[in-house]
Design a protein around this ligand. Structure first.
Ligand code: ASP
Length: 318
């Protein structure tokens, strides 16, 4: 019989109506009542209420604490279910994918668009599905939402209300859950090579700048002077970065490179990723020393940069 640790962190799934709108407050007993799959794992599962916040208020320290809790309990449990607000779930999944290096057990993050106690909520299904996947032989960090199993490094919330809120970006789904049964692709069940390592360090001092046609270059210059350690420019399409006298980011990139501040070029498009070698507006940025965020989501691109800087990993491998 498998032993799963439930870690709750708040979010809509744990929220009730207050005078000032929905706020996390539900007790773990309500969670247990809403787990429909009770086969093959110790029920009720052990539970740690780590924090009880709207995920809007998530911090790097919250990620570190969550990862530490998993690491401390790694030998005691067969898998982990983490309930979490949906708004920053993609960031948390990306963070845990990087911090929990080579984890050989399921770490399943879920939440819901409606609170557990609301009629016709999606919470019951998502929570039950998360347990179904947590007792499977999948390995690593995943988001389980609306029957989809999404790798932790490529999840994204695309809808504010729809139950089918999360999509896997630029990577196939790891699997799906139908009627409490998990169908998982073989490659995600393979034993992970290498020893488990808790890579807790994250450089917080990075900045993501979304480029617009009406940008003010002096704002971004000030941000660099403020002492950031890494910069992500969210450009257009394939990774286009303005380079005319009206608006020119090339000197900014050169300045960063001179100061040893890595500049990553990302895109405002959701799908397909960037290829900065396609257009002159990308090539010029590349020649100035910028790196490509490839097909990473903006959430994963940011967390990867924070992880690389925090652990002194050569940015050439980014
Ligand atoms: N604001 C909520 C949160 O992210 C939304 C949700 O959980 O669906 O905590």
């Amino acid at each position: 019989m498998k032993n799963i640790l439930l870690i709750t962190t708040g979010g809509t799934i744990a929220s009730t109506e207050t005078d000032e709108g929905l706020a996390p407050s539900l007790s773990t007993e309500i969670f247990f009542k809403n787990i429909n799959t009770k086969n093959n794992f110790k029920f009720p599962p052990d539970c740690i209420s780590l924090f009880n916040i709207d995920s809007t208020n998530i911090t790097v320290e919250n990620w570190q604490k969550t990862a530490q809790t998993v690491a401390e309990n790694i030998d005691k449990y067969d898998g982990f279910v983490i309930t979490h607000g949906t708004d920053t779930m993609a960031y948390t999944a990306a963070a845990l994918s990087l911090i929990l290096e080579n984890i050989n057990k399921p770490v399943i993050i879920t939440g819901s668009q409606l609170p557990l106690e609301v009629e016709n909520t999606d919470a019951t299904k998502n929570l039950s599905d998360a347990f179904t996947v947590a007792i499977s032989d999948i390995k690593g960090v995943y988001i389980v939402f609306n029957g989809k199993i999404i790798c932790g490094d490529c999840g994204k919330k695309l809808y504010t209300e729809k139950f089918d809120a999360f999509h896997s970006i630029n990577k196939d789904y790891a699997g799906k859950i139908v009627n409490n049964e998990a169908f998982i692709k073989d490659e995600y069940k393979k034993a992970v090579k290498g020893n488990f390592k808790l890579k807790i360090n994250m450089e917080k001092n990075i900045y993501i700048h979304k480029i617009t046609p009406f940008d003010n270059i002096s704002i971004i210059e000030n941000i660099i002077n403020y002492g950031i350690k890494g910069l992500i420019l969210e450009g257009y399409g394939m990774g286009g970065i303005p380079n005319t006298e009206n608006l020119n980011f090339i000197p900014i990139i050169e300045k960063c490179v001179k100061k040893n501040i890595p500049v990553i070029i990302s895109t405002q498009c959701i799908f397909d990723g960037v290829d900065i070698s396609t257009y002159e507006v990308g090539v010029k940025a590349e020649k100035a020393g910028a790196l490509s965020s490839k097909n990473y989501t903006i959430e994963y691109a940011a967390l990867r940069l924070m992880h690389f800087l925090g652990n002194n990993i050569d940015l050439k491998q980014y």
